[in-house]
Design a protein around this ligand. Structure first.
Ligand code: SF4
Ligand code: SF4
Length: 359
């Protein structure tokens, strides 16, 4: 990913926030959205630890699908491991999580993003959604939508969902795509993603794309993110890019985005605080609270963890977020929010170079 601030429509490494009923979808992924929180920016400029806006929560470490390109371990269905138990600690304990929502809302938190594995296989999924709604928080979710019918009433309360389509296409597209369409008609913003592989073994190939896209358009899907599988050769990736250019021209009714698989973020202010990490954070189903959802920083052995929700409340943990998280070399390899990080760093910099007026 380039180190420059690019036009929002080019922002491939977005955090996934999607606003319902947006007139212009290119704005949904804008890195400039943080500028709307001028009060919180001011708090940071005054040296205070600000109040977080968004919580990214990994609700489950397992999945009920078995995509060939995914490292996730498979379970059969919801509830198999029992409420609060979890297999190998890979399921968020419900009670600490419900308490977290209260604490987060009391701090002025506004939104929750649920990820997995597959979030809907959590045995207390409905209870969790009820609590999020009770606290007045907006929520969005990454899901494979295999359980969309079972949890339709809960899902109707989401602001957005991003559907990983690969499992649906191999199991139940005739039944599930119309349900997704109806959710979208209800007002939930639906975007989709697929991974293009070079074998048709439980995965979608480049040759199948035209048919897949036609089906999506028929079902009212407006956004599709396409990621090349890690194992595609460079030449196959280049061919995919040029194939997509052609497909995009022929299908203007759907916004097709080719996802860059690289997270590389150049020119991050290493050694300085990451102010973006005070606007949002990540909680893993192990209970650990991390500064951000970027790979490695947000999981692993807990090296970068602020604390554990199974041991302390979120309010206790958030008080200890001092000194602010310092950007390190790992960030340069994995940051998916570099544009926002650099924007906030610029706003916090008070070393007046005498040129501020030359805008
Ligand atoms: S739906 Fe997502 S999490 Fe589940 S196996 Fe497929 S890629 Fe992995
Ligand atoms: S990877 Fe580092 S710089 Fe990027 S958002 Fe996370 S903590 Fe901040």
């Amino acid at each position: 990913m380039s180190g420059e601030i690019k036009d929002p429509i080019e922002d491939q490494q977005c955090s996934g926030i999607e606003r319902n009923r947006a007139k212009d979808h290119s704005k949904i992924y804008s890195p400039y959205k943080v500028l709307k929180y001028s009060e919180r920016i001011k708090e940071l400029q005054e040296g205070k630890t600000t109040r977080p806006i968004k919580a990214n929560i990994r609700l489950h470490g397992l999945c009920n699908a078995d995509c060939s390109f995914c490292h996730c371990e498979m379970v059969d269905d919801a509830g198999q491991w029992g409420a609060g138990g979890g297999k190998k600690g890979l399921e968020f304990k419900t009670e600490p999580l419900l308490k977290f929502f209260e604490d987060f809302a009391s701090l002025g938190g506004e939104s929750v993003v649920l990820t997995g594995g597959e979030p809907t296989i959590h045995p207390d999924f409905e209870q969790i959604i009820d609590k999020i709604n009770e606290m007045g928080l907006k929520w969005g979710m990454y899901t494979n939508a295999l359980l969309i019918k079972r949890y339709y009433e809960s899902l109707k309360t989401a602001t957005w969902i991003r559907v990983s389509l690969d499992p649906i296409f191999f199991r139940n597209k005739q039944k599930l795509l119309p349900v997704i369409k109806s959710l979208s008609a209800h007002g939930v913003f639906v975007s989709t993603s697929i991974v293009v592989c070079n074998t048709a073994n439980k995965s979608i190939t480049a040759a199948q794309l035209p048919e897949v896209i036609k089906t999506l358009i028929e079902n009212g899907i407006k956004i599709l993110r396409i990621s090349p599988d890690h194992y595609l050769k460079q030449i196959e990736k280049r061919e995919l890019a040029s194939q997509l250019k052609k497909i995009k021209k022929e299908n203007t009714g759907i916004n097709i985005i080719l996802q860059d698989e690289k997270y590389e973020a150049k020119n991050l202010p290493i050694g300085k605080p990451c102010y973006y990490s005070e606007f949002q954070f990540r909680i893993d189903c192990s209970g650990m609270v991390f500064p951000c959802p970027s790979p490695v920083l947000g999981t692993g052995n807990g090296e970068f963890s602020y604390g554990n929700l199974y041991e302390k409340t979120f309010l206790e943990i958030w008080k200890t977020v001092k000194p602010k998280f310092i950007i390190n070399k790992t960030c340069e390899m994995f940051c998916i929010h570099s544009q926002k990080v650099k924007l906030l760093d610029y706003l916090m910099d008070d070393s007046n170079d005498g040129h501020d007026e030359f805008i």
